[in-house]
Design a protein. Structure first.
Length: 113
């Protein structure tokens, strides 16, 4: 059974940084690409970033150059380092194995002064 636990969200001022974590279990983590998605109030969930099993990364244009996705296979954890945050980054952030349609509870990120 796939389980995903996101953490690290919070309230941050514009221009600030946060590091999100996603602890995964129930599947062979190191063999799966992992993705981060987000859903802002009143908007559809959107893709943010993906990291392949070999460490290659891809980003949505809206976060490219500001966000960095990484993984620690020993800890079965994927991270999202978010820098230069703007109010438009306010959303609930979710992670999941890219090829598995399952979601955790998400972690709320609020960017506001």
């Amino acid at each position: 059974q796939v389980q995903l636990v996101e953490s690290g969200g919070g309230l941050v001022q514009p221009g600030g940084s946060l590091r999100l974590s996603c602890a995964a279990s129930g599947f062979p983590f190191s063999s799966y690409a992992m993705s981060w998605h987000r859903q802002a109030p009143g908007k559809q969930r959107e893709w943010v970033a993906t990291i392949t099993s070999s460490g290659g990364a891809a980003y949505a244009d809206s976060v490219k150059g500001r966000f960095t996705i990484s993984r620690d296979n020993a800890k079965k954890t994927v991270y999202l380092q978010m820098n230069s945050l703007t109010p438009e980054d306010t959303a609930v952030y979710y992670c999941r194995p890219t090829s598995v349609m399952t979601w955790g509870q998400g972690t709320q990120v609020t960017v506001s002064s």
